[in-house]
Design a protein around this ligand. Sequence first.
Ligand code: UGA
Length: 434
Amino acid sequence: MKIAVIGTGYVGLVSGTCFAETGNHVICVDNDAQKVAKLNAGELTIYEPGLENLFQRNTKEQRLFFTTDLEEAVKDVEIIFLALPTPPGEDGSADLSYVLGVAEQLGQMITSYKVIVDKSTVPVGTAEKVAAAIKKNAKVDFDVVSNPEFLREGVAVDDFLKPDRVVVGTSSARAQDVMHRLYEPFVRQGNPIYFMDERSAEMTKYAANSYLATRITFMNEIANLCETVGANVDEVRKGMGSDNRIGRRFLFPGVGYGGSCFPKDVQALHKTSVDNKYDFKVLKSVMEVNNKQKHVLSEKILKYFNNDLNGKHIAVWGLAFKPNTDDIREAPAIYTIENLLRAGAKVTAYDPEASENMKKIFEDRVNFVEHRYDALKEADALAIVTEWSIFRTPDFSFMGELMKEKVIFDGRNLYDTELMIDKGFYYNSIGRNT
Ligand code: UGA
């Protein structure tokens, strides 16, 4: 099939590449000429494990193209994906100006029937707004479909190629047939394609992300309470998670959820509820608790050092909002480091991928190092903020030699508490202190 993907951000680039991988002819459009030039020169613009191979193969085999020319890109295609940014406006609602702006242009450009697909996370009712924007100028038939994306950064390629489910919102049988043909190769193992109305599809995405954010937040509160009552959240998590109705995944407490999706989507769904005069109390609490949780690690450090970090050197491992990405949007590390600096600490930080992005925020206020052990030299404490695999089995003896004090604050519960005591560390983690 011939497909155009408008927007070569995270979702657009992964989707376009994966659609090409299943044999489609894909043309990706972006108005950022520099980005398009880079992609055309064979250079990926995001870091995502597994994407490079697919990107190189599909560009080489001439199934994947990049252009700034929207009109040319959409001329011969059957399906047009909108993978455009929907940043939060000041009141938390998703800003649809990019999506609707492109929709208006498409109306003028299309000369034959097209299926136009919302891939961006957009509020309930957007498909209708997009259809109205296209209709203003359109002289041919088209259908607007809502097809939310559920991929996770870091495992996006796998999530896209082997989705748990595909959600397609459309009231048109013609569009349904097109979407079925497109996604059939992705669900060969028998996973479902759910066809539903547009509004339900839009709501599904917000409900899924907000539920997962709520689940994490619930576990963060259980962890905080475990610390107070002397229980171990690891044991509680296992005991809970083995109930099939609950399940084991996404029950890991930590320093709060971050990233470009959960914070934005919880906020936007809350805004939708406010706009519709529905008081969504759970979501309000989720946002409040998560904002607090991002400060938990730095608060523990401050308490340990009697609220004075002047002259203290704190090492930080992990800057990305989660492992296997260089993304630092809403990363708990930002809040942790800011609090440490404010209390007078000298901060040395290491991350396998995200240092460059973090440098843009902290500049020379933080010393960024190339190797994880370099951060530890003469450190009074280590704060672990992201659970990269490289941090899981370090050489504790060497760490002890490098550090001034053998003190670890672990925001991701990477190590066994007994082992750390054996190794002579003061070890403070989330919800399972000894
Ligand atoms: C999330 C969803 O998981 C995807 O399904 C969705 O498609 C995507 O948002 C999106 O809307 O585009 P992502 O933001 O890439 O994906 O990252 P997650 O792996 O979901 O992690 C989100 C945050 O939750 C991270 O800060 C992570 O550290 C935290 N988390 C996750 C926990 O604190 N505990 C857990 O058990 C799991």
